[in-house]
Design a protein around this ligand. Structure first.
Ligand SMILES: [Zn+2]
Length: 78
């Protein structure tokens, strides 16, 4: 599935081939179609959103106890 193929005769080609050795066609189909980039983009975005949510959650967890301590210290001073 992830192979370069000739668009004319469907001959399997290597990525280095510039033309088809079978029929001489220069039209080589790339294994990485639009759908492939679409799926990769979706995956990257999903991972990014998940990482962002985790990051903010961790930040909130890290900030909240500090805020409580500083609030306590300030109330103690007053
Ligand atoms: Zn061909």
């Amino acid at each position: 599935m992830y192979q370069y193929r000739c668009a004319c005769c469907n001959q399997v080609l290597s990525s280095a081939d510039k033309s088809c050795p079978n029929c001489g066609s220069h039209y080589i189909r790339s294994p990485f179609g639009f759908w492939f980039f679409c799926i990769i983009t979706c995956l990257v975005m999903a991972v990014g959103v998940m990482a962002g949510k985790l990051y903010f959650k961790q930040n909130q967890d890290a900030v909240t106890p500090k805020k409580v301590i500083t609030d306590l210290m300030q109330s103690g001073k007053n």
